[in-house]
Write a protein of this length. Structure first.
Lengths: 185, 147
């Protein structure tokens, strides 16, 4: 049997997906939402919105893209455009929800069969999560966004800070986290 | 651990403690149905007289919003009734037009009278956009807002 060769070996660029979606290709839109939903979630949550409000911000960001799909000047920069848009909507939502700032974290679920190494791994992640939460807000945001695989340009757009300060922030925040974790990391 | 490994730990911790709800990807996909006709004029929000929270706190005082696009203005007043919203409004220039109130679960239909006025009840709370179908095939769409 010949092996199945995927139709598209190289990933389609984000700009190409935007142009295809603009032309009416629903599958391209689906690919865009699959590619960026995690990023939008990370941005919305990094502004300390509760999960329901964060989901709302993600949806509003997609609707903003739908509104502007035809007018978008630089489709290849769609990631940064989405990041800026999500930041604006998150800031606006945070203003409306003045008191709902406490993030509600899920308890880390128990694996179906928890052998000792799973228990240990879970404890380690809990420790990491607790440490992240004691960092200053900008560090929490920076680490969260890099963990969600945002590019430097997207992180700058999501935080509304100059591109040149993203790298130093990443270095400083990772160092702060490493110090907090001490031997645990 | 190096930076990459540390970041990977952060990723794992967040994926365990705060995963994106599975429904957000599906909702994002579904947003494609709200593509506007290519010739539609977008009217962006230019004024919002009260925040949704303030509206609720003050016993459901109507919220007034203005949307402006090229040569078109849409003014609406929103009254909260529990989980639904009553929307009354004015389209300027005044013209008899079809109105489609688009929301997360579907859409509601209405019409403006010759003076450009319209009213819609039972609009679900949440994200909403109005689409006006003008005589002659033109249309005007308001940016999405949270009602």
């Amino acid at each position: 049997m010949a092996s199945v060769i995927p139709n598209e070996v190289t990933p389609v660029s984000a700009g190409t997906l935007v142009l295809r979606a603009r032309a009416g290709d629903g599958a391209a839109w689906e690919a865009l939402t699959a590619r960026y939903s995690g990023m939008l979630w990370a941005i919305a949550r990094s502004y300390r919105l509760c999960r329901a409000d964060a989901a709302d911000v993600v949806q509003l960001t997609w609707l903003r893209l739908i509104e502007n799909l035809g007018a978008l000047r630089d489709p290849e920069r769609i990631g940064a455009w989405l990041a800026v848009t999500a930041r604006r909507e998150a800031v606006r939502a945070a203003r409306g929800a003045a008191v709902r700032v406490e993030a509600e974290w899920n308890a880390i679920p128990d694996p179906a069969t928890p052998p000792d190494e799973h228990v240990a791994a879970r404890e380690r992640l809990r420790t990491v999560m607790a440490a992240i939460q004691t960092l200053p807000q900008l560090c929490q945001q920076t680490l969260r966004l890099f963990a969600a695989s945002l590019s430097y340009a997207e992180v700058a757009a999501a935080l509304g800070i100059p591109l040149g300060s993203v790298g130093p922030a990443r270095t400083r925040c990772l160092a702060a986290l490493r110090k907090l974790l001490g031997g645990a990391a | 651990v190096n930076d990459g490994e540390l970041l990977d730990l952060v990723r794992q911790a967040l994926e365990s403690c705060d995963p994106p709800p599975p429904e957000i990807a599906a909702a994002g996909q579904a947003a494609y149905r709200w593509r506007t006709p290519p010739a539609a004029a977008l009217a962006g929000l230019t004024r919002d007289r009260s925040t949704p929270m303030a509206g609720l706190r003050h016993g459901g005082a109507p919220r007034q919003l203005t949307f402006a696009g090229t040569g078109v203005l849409v003014e609406i007043e929103v009254t909260a009734h529990d989980r639904t919203r009553e929307v009354t409004g004015l389209l300027r220039p005044a013209v008899a037009a079809g109105v489609r109130v688009r929301h997360a679960a579907g859409e509601l239909a209405a019409e403006t009278d010759p003076a450009g006025q319209f009213a819609v009840t039972g609009v679900p709370q949440g994200l909403v956009s109005l689409l006006f179908q003008l005589p002659g095939g033109q249309s005007v769409v308001t940016s999405w807002i949270r009602l």
